[in-house]
Design a binder for this molecule. Sequence first.
Ligand SMILES: [Zn+2]
Length: 172
Amino acid sequence: MAVARKPVVEVRRSQRRRRTVSAYRDGERVVVLIPDQFSRAEESEWVDRMLARLAAREGRFARSDAELLARACRLIGLYLSDHGSVAEPASVRWVTNQNGRWGSCTPADRTIRISHRIQDMPDWVIDYVLLHELAHLIVPSHNATFWSLVARYPKAERARGYLEGVAATAGI
Ligand SMILES: [Zn+2]
């Protein structure tokens, strides 16, 4: 097992900060900004907490196009395998220009694009968005056949509720 090297941490105290703590990576170092009034114990507690948070965030953003494709292949195997190669996309990519859409599919060239805004969401929500777009390779419109394909995913209903909640909060 690889031992994770603890990064060099630079703690900066700020008199203007009251309670907020933030951290960011600056090359090899991690800079942690804390309120000046924090005790040494609070400082070390928060440094540990922020390092964990930063690692988790960076882990999530490490989601790559390759991982997305692997995820798509898994979903096809689980839910759409009876459609054979019809459900197989030519490409699946993360994109930043979806303008309010979580994902999109172009059946003509069999490409699927997934919004980076869902990168932070739980795996089962990402899987839903992906399965939705994969199902569009089989049925381009939102008709009953399409929804019956999507409904094969056990958390489809829950994921739709999750996304509607996020959209309502964000005013999308
Ligand atoms: Zn759709």
